[in-house]
Ligand binder design. Structure first.
Ligand SMILES: O=c1ccn([C@@H]2O[C@H](COP(=O)(O)OP(=O)(O)O[C@H]3O[C@H](CO)[C@@H](O)[C@H](O)[C@H]3O)[C@@H](O)[C@H]2O)c(=O)[nH]1
Ligand SMILES: [Mn+2]
Length: 613
């Protein structure tokens, strides 16, 4: 581990920019913003709208900015709200709060129009629905309250076609559709990708990122600029380590070394959201030898409009204020259809087993391997985000770095984007099944916990260290195992790969224990039983061990064992408290304790036969 970590210290880079030196507005390149949403219930429309509006309010010339919303969820409810948005408060900051409240109520009213179950059913089986929303399509009353006709960026709503018989490839599939649809509309050379909960907390991120791209000294291999992921809903104790402190927020040491450290090498990988990427990079061209595919149609699909866009520049200006022609809309629907990608290279699987292994290792937070990702050689050309993993970001990054693209990390003091971190145990574990992949089960548990000294000098306290250790142990025993089984079954063809979006709705009831700094054990037995069984075994060993020591007086041999058991029991105290001491509804249910004790007993009996017989 020590050796693997060294490259991070070779050439750490901290970047800062001077947006005031950018060229004049008319000379800036266009930017397309992609926002993805997938679940009407877990990703409330109001939050999605917040993100869309924050993107539209980016400090960037309106005619150079287009926002595309991909809706994999309830479709029509989101669209209805979007069409009727009252955008004027973007400009009018005086009465911003009042108007915001009115907007919020309006969204909530609109969302009630369609029963949720109907929306959900429709979400899995419907034709493509694409709508360009410009000033003309906004309700009359809005025009009255917006007498100056404030110009606003282009907004395009995209619900790609969904059929039960076709794989939709989760977020990667959604982004690839947006890539194609946007190419025949604005075709901006740069793209900002945002998860639906990641709103722009500062409007300057676009200009800051462009500082790199328009600077003639920047190498032409710069593929993306990555901002960190930060969250708005972190409590003081943060018992579940929801902020993933070690990656993003630990100040000025060790872990804060990873991203700047990798920036000095080939650059950070894509972390799913908050990055400005060069459109060209996603088209799979190899920048080492400048080769372009010979069979363009076989590679990108049969849309002539799309193929034409490959040689065209930025069209964002031309799109401004125009109603899209019926022909253009028809082509957009074609590009968003289920069958468009058939026989093309979109999201193609070109991976070797080693890529999988490395991706898995990386995802278990063994960040040390980041500098070596670049060495992996992938198969032939492939276009857009990759489909062979729900962690599309890691796989795609490896591919792009492979083709010669480089990346920068920018972490300004003011957070540029803020998202919603999962703050209840159930959500955390559900997320863990999809992003903590199989090998975590083997590697995650086998690795020795990160040293307390290392943690301390990275700006952590004893409490944060305990939290991180606890969550690491809990994830290792529960969701990593479930995720592992899930993945093995998917690989064996026994089950479809799945992705459950994390909940961004955060009800008061759900977060109350998190806010109090107490674990909330209201999660399924699938996760809970392995955790509670493990703790029961430890507890039994400690009690049994102590009794033995007292009876047999053999201190020398038992002391180390007792120490280890004691450590495990201290670390799992919240679980023990949940089993025996708590009375509230967040405790471990009695039935779970009973099942787990029975399992623990089985383990102890097996141990008895192995060691004593
Ligand atoms: O079929 C799908 C599934 C998901 N999403 C969107 O993908 C985003 C990320 O999903 P989320 O449930 O928030 O997953 P997280 O585990 O929080 O996501 C982390 O991990 C993902 C996989 O590595 C990255 O894509 C994300 O950017 C990163 O924040 C959300 O906007 C979803 O709406 C879709 O658009 N379509
Ligand atoms: Mn998320």
């Amino acid at each position: 581990m020590w050796v693997l970590k060294e490259p991070f210290f070779w050439f750490p880079v901290t970047r800062s920019v001077c947006p005031e030196r950018l060229p004049k507005d008319p000379d800036l390149p266009g930017i397309d913003v992609f926002v993805c949403t997938a679940d009407l219930e877990k990703e409330p429309t109001f939050g999605v709208m917040n993100t869309v509006i924050s993107a539209m309010a980016l400090d960037y010339p309106v005619e150079k900015l287009s926002v595309y919303l991909s809706d994999d969820g309830g479709a029509s409810a989101t669209l209805m709200v979007e069409e009727n948005q009252n955008m004027d408060f973007i400009e009018d900051r005086r009465s911003i709060k009042e108007k915001y409240e009115a907007f919020k109520q309006r969204v909530q009213r609109k969302c009630r129009v369609e029963p949720e179950n109907v929306a959900k059913r429709n979400a899995k089986n419907h034709p493509a629905l694409i709508q360009v929303i410009n000033a003309n399509s906004i309700e009359d009353d809005v025009a009255i309250s917006n007498p100056e006709h404030v110009e606003m960026p282009h907004l395009v709503y995209v619900a790609r076609e969904k059929r039960l018989s076709h794989r939709h490839n989760f977020k990667a599939g959604a982004i690839n559709v947006l890539l194609r649809v946007s190419s025949i509309m604005s075709n901006s050379p740069y793209i900002l990708v945002l998860d639906c909960d990641m709103y722009c907390n500062d409007s300057t991120s676009a200009r800051q990122a462009m500082c790199f791209y328009v600077d003639p000294r920047t190498p032409s291999s710069l593929g993306w600029v990555q901002y960190p992921q930060k969250f708005h809903n972190i409590s003081e104790t943060d018992i579940y380590d929801s902020q993933i402190r070690t990656i993003w927020t630990a100040p000025n040491h060790m872990f804060q070394v990873y991203w700047p450290g990798i920036d000095g090498l080939q650059g950070p990988i894509i972390s799913g959201t908050n990055f400005y990427i060069r459109r060209e990079a996603l088209y799979g061209f190899d920048i080492h030898d400048g080769s372009v595919p010979k069979d363009m149609g076989g590679c990108f699909g049969s849309s002539n409009e799309f193929l034409k866009s490959l040689n065209q520049n930025d069209k964002s200006d031309a799109m401004k204020g125009r109603e899209p022609s019926p022909a253009l809309l028809k082509e957009a629907h074609f590009l968003a259809s289920c069958t468009y990608e058939k026989g093309t290279k979109w999201g193609d699987k070109a991976s070797a087993i080693s890529t999988h292994l490395i991706t898995q290792l990386y995802l278990v937070k063994n960040l040390e391997i980041m500098p070596f990702l670049d060495w992996i050689r992938l198969g032939p050309l492939q276009v857009g985000f990759r489909y062979d993993s729900v962690a599309e970001d890691v796989m795609t990054s490896i591919q792009l770095q492979n083709l010669g693209w480089r990346s920068f990390y920018l972490n300004p003091t003011r957070p540029q984007f803020l998202g919603t971190a999962p703050t209840d145990l159930n959500e955390l574990l559900v997320q863990g099944t999809s992003i903590i992949p199989p090998l975590c089960f083997f590697y995650g548990i086998a690795l020795y916990p990160k040293g307390i000294y290392e943690h301390y000098i990275s700006g952590g306290s004893i409490r944060t260290w305990m939290n991180e250790q606890r969550v690491w142990m809990i994830k290792g025993a529960s969701c990593a195992m479930v995720g592992a089984l899930d993945c093995v079954m998917a690989k064996l063809g026994l089950k479809e790969a799945s992705f459950i979006p994390t909940n961004k709705a955060g009800s008061e009831d759900k977060t109350k224990y998190y806010q109090m700094g107490k674990y909330d054990f209201r999660t399924s037995n699938m996760f809970l039983v392995p955790i509670v069984s493990m703790v029961s075994v430890n507890l039994a060993c400690l009690v049994g061990g102590i009794i033995r020591v007292i009876i047999a007086h053999n201190w020398e041999t038992s002391l180390a064992h007792a120490g280890l058991s004691f450590y495990a029991v201290v670390m799992s105290f919240p679980v023990i408290e949940g089993m025996f001491l708590r009375k509230d509804d967040g405790r471990v249910p009695l039935s779970t304790t009973i099942i787990s004790s029975a399992i623990a007993l089985v383990f102890l009996s097996i141990g008895y036969f192995i060691f004593l017989h």
